[in-house]
Design a protein around this ligand. Structure first.
Ligand code: FE
Length: 339
């Protein structure tokens, strides 16, 4: 497995802070997945900055963006609304949605995934490559006008002025809404499903991304590995937020700590195991077609933390629907033995 950006569609794992770094305005952005690393299925960027660092109001005509605040606090303008976001808050930003943000804490960080867009090219066009660094130098540095024009020509972005921004309201929702609309889900909120001792929360589902992707949070205690499997059609990314986990991708085993990222392309055998008493990771899967798997395997769950008594794992329902799910098990589970 590559521990750098591979440049080809194969599994890659990047520790916290690794990737291609750029200074973009007052922020440090780190590109952790480019189109050439994921078969064009998705891109991912981590942006960090000090209080006052901002990215001006803009929209992506084609790309659907998903944003997760990792540290500090961020004021996100989304449509006509302003959201004060902190750690664990999530925003879905469909194509054509006006958005921009200002970092409010001195050690703010956010993760942004983009599907069908040009997020990596946006960083290279707007930014200046830098070799190292953890946070941007702070206070917003304006984006240079000639770079903004180049980005608008090449990188699926249109910068907006206040007058141009639409007045459509974004939604702050306890669960991901059904339509393709901009929304925010607060940390811990979202539709929750339980399988065994793992709690899955839908941040985005197929219906509100037009099938571009699904995004979920998984939390659980330390336990055994999930069955080894692969997918024929969709790629998966794993971003560890809390705790510690072991992952297998192809022939390799890696440990993920908070901030570590793993991309598993379609066709690569993989599995994971949660290793700390409270481990949380966020997964984005593209294209968005695997939601029925979670609905088959899990039961609805009202709590916000995984329970001390595990619930059922409905592998019986998964097996029934196996032919319609994008799932190939390497070692199919044996029927339970009696006696
Ligand atoms: Fe998988």
């Amino acid at each position: 497995m590559k521990h750098t950006l591979p440049g080809t569609n194969e599994a890659h794992c990047l520790p916290d802070g690794a990737g291609e770094r750029y200074l973009v305005g007052g922020q440090l952005t780190t590109v952790i997945a480019r189109p050439e690393d994921t078969g064009g299925l998705l891109e991912a960027v981590v942006a960090s900055g000090r209080k006052g660092a901002e990215f001006p109001l803009h929209e992506h005509p084609v790309g659907h963006e998903a944003m997760l605040v990792l540290d500090g606090s961020v004021d996100l303008r989304l449509g006509a609304d302003l959201f004060h976001l902190s750690r664990g808050d999530y925003a879905s930003i469909p194509p054509g949605t006006a958005h921009g943000y200002t970092m409010r804490g001195h050690y703010s960080r956010l993760m942004a995934w983009t599907v069908n867009g040009k997020a990596a090219l946006l960083q290279t066009t707007l930014g200046e490559p830098v070799a190292a660094g953890a946070y941007g130098p702070g206070d917003s540095a304006p984006l240079l006008p000639d770079r903004r024009s180049r980005a608008e020509a090449d990188a699926d972005v249109r910068f907006l002025t206040e007058g141009q921004s639409p007045d459509g309201a974004a939604v702050s929702s306890p669960t991901a809404p059904d339509g393709v609309v901009p929304y925010v889900i607060r940390a811990g909120e979202g539709e929750r499903l339980l399988a065994g001792d793992q709690l899955f929360t839908f941040l985005s589902h197929q219906g509100n991304t037009n099938g571009a992707f699904i995004a979920l949070t998984t939390i659980g205690p330390q336990g055994g590995p999930i069955p080894k499997h692969f997918h024929e059609k969709h790629a998966e990314t794993f971003f560890c937020v809390d705790g510690r986990m072991t992952m297998w991708g192809g022939e390799d085993e890696v440990t993920l700590h908070p901030g570590d990222f793993l991309h598993v392309p379609a066709g690569t055998i993989h599995s994971y195991r949660l290793d700390a008493p409270y481990t949380r990771f966020v997964g984005l899967l593209a294209p968005g077609l695997f939601e029925p798997f979670f609905r088959a395997m899990c039961e609805p769950f009202a709590g916000y933390v995984f329970p001390s008594t595990p619930g059922p794992v409905r592998f019986d329902r998964v097996m029934q629907r196996m032919r319609e799910l994008d799932l190939k098990l390497v070692d199919p589970p044996r029927p339970p033995s009696h006696g």
